[in-house]
Design a protein around this ligand. Structure first.
Ligand code: DGL
Length: 274
């Protein structure tokens, strides 16, 4: 193989994305829109969802198993499309994969900084999982960007499970959204961070509850942009100019697992059971 073809082969390897379940598909959509010619792999670790109530050690073990699978599929980069997993495992993943194997690991965190900048009245709300809100990484975010604003946090127990079942417009999902948004509205938040990748799928319900005066902030587009910049800097953007189908894997035991992925992805997809 010539040096030239080695380079092409490197660039044309897939971008791998994973989450505790189907939530990261909200990030995958932004990646696909920005980088339509990149080959994309997605793993939904739905059998082990939610991560939000697991220990960091349990989450790290899941992340390692999935990353090993994705690296065996020749991933050139891994996107942890999960705030909870990023908080629990990003350092361990970088130590295990980036340093020895040169696989960049892109993580994500609740958009406290953009929310603090966007807020007009200085009161922001953060909807996230218990794990994210309890993490040292989130404490660091508040320390860095939350000093000049009031930050009201709310763990949304049970909401991830609704999205995992594809219940994005259901009455029970709406009731949970009302329960979790109420304290943020009562505190006067004018900006709310969707600090879990499952929540953008409940965006219509959240908008219905909080109204149009409250700004909702989702990090999916920023993650896609950051990924593009990292690949550009590493000269790893694909030279391909043909659309490819995304490959999904799920370990969900639900009968309708494939249907839920198709519903949330909204395009044709190749879905396998892990
Ligand atoms: N989608 C996830 C996140 O961004 C994890 C949700 C969960 O499994 O609890 O935090």
């Amino acid at each position: 193989m010539t040096a030239q073809s080695t380079t092409h082969a490197m660039k044309d390897r897939p971008i791998a994305v994973f989450d505790s379940g189907v939530g990261g598909i909200s990030v995958l959509k932004h990646i696909h829109a920005l980088l339509p010619f990149e080959q994309l792999l997605y793993v939904a670790d739905s059998k082990y969802a939610p991560y939000g109530n697991k220990t960091p050690a349990e989450i790290q073990a899941r992340c390692f198993e999935i990353a090993d699978f994705l690296i065996a599929k020749d991933a050139k980069v891994i996107v942890v499309a999960c705030n909870t997993a990023t908080a629990a495992a990003i350092d361990a993943m970088r130590a295990k994969y980036t340093l020895p194997n040169h696989i960049p690991i892109i993580g994500m965190e609740p958009a406290v900084k953009p929310a603090a900048e966007a807020s007009k009245n200085g009161i922001i709300g953060v909807l996230a999982t218990t794990g994210t809100l309890k993490s040292a990484q989130f404490a660091g975010l508040l320390e860095s960007y939350g000093r000049n604003v009031k930050v009201v946090t709310q763990a949304c127990v049970g909401l991830v499970e609704c999205i995992e079942r594809g219940e994005i417009a259901a009455e029970n999902t709406l009731r949970l959204v009302e329960q979790y948004c109420r304290p943020l509205l009562d505190a006067g938040a004018d900006t709310i961070v969707l600090g879990c990748t499952h929540y953008p799928f409940a965006r219509a319900l959240i908008e219905q509850v909080v109204g149009s005066d409250v700004t909702l902030i989702d990090t999916g587009a920023a993650v896609a942009k950051h990924l593009q910049q990292r690949l550009l800097a590493l000269d790893l953007l694909s030279d391909n100019n043909q659309l490819t189908q995304v490959q999904f894997w799920t370990n969900s035991e639900a009968n309708d697992a494939k249907q839920v992925i198709s519903q949330l992805w909204g395009q044709s997809a190749e879905i396998s059971i892990l």
